[in-house]
Design a protein. Sequence first.
Length: 253
Amino acid sequence: MSYRAKFSPLLRSAACGLAMTSLMSGCAALDRLKLIGEQPPLSAIENPTAAPGYKPVQMPMPMAQPASYNPNSLWRNGSRAFFKDQRAHQVGDILTVKVKITDKATVENETSRSRKNSEDSGVDNFFGKTKLPIFSSVNVPGKILTADSTASSDGKGSIDRKDEITTNVAGVVTQVLPNGNLVLEGKQEVRVNFEVRELIVAGIVRPEDIESDNTIDSTKIAQARIAYGGRGQITDVQQPRYGQQVLDVLLPF
């Protein structure tokens, strides 16, 4: 089998991938051409459960416990209001998430290793003679084996990262799990000049962690998914071109 026949499927796959990438980038480029001189549009308000790829959350649930009531009591456990608990508790309710992310990591590693070996073996004389006993005309070899090796390695690495985000975003309860926990999803978009900044928050909330003013800290959200980014002219300039991104993926060097 020739190399040409052997690698032809791989080449065809690569060509198809390049063609699809070019087609997708071309469609994106056409959309961007329509927005030249215009502000980037905001996304329409949509039902999160109707979004493509939406899947209900399924988590391990405990066994159902029978409800117990306290007779002659005007209050129930967890209630913050006399007549009704104002906190989010059902699908469609709004819950404000106080996003506060302060991450800082500093890691420094340094490794240094060196090794040196030397082997030298030989015979200066054979029973006091410089000639071999059998072959008197042949000199005794001075050195039979000589080997030297030297190895050294020096590695250094450091990481210094600091992230800080402080903002509030209101989310909508999209699902109530069997144990009473709430599935929350929220999205916020802010447009300043020609740049749109968007914040996405999603996760599972325990009703007991919701504060009396119907807010919750982002640190108390289980399976939290928080995304903060943007799109527009500034983001477009900061991103490498599509061709460069394709080459970064395909080139092995």
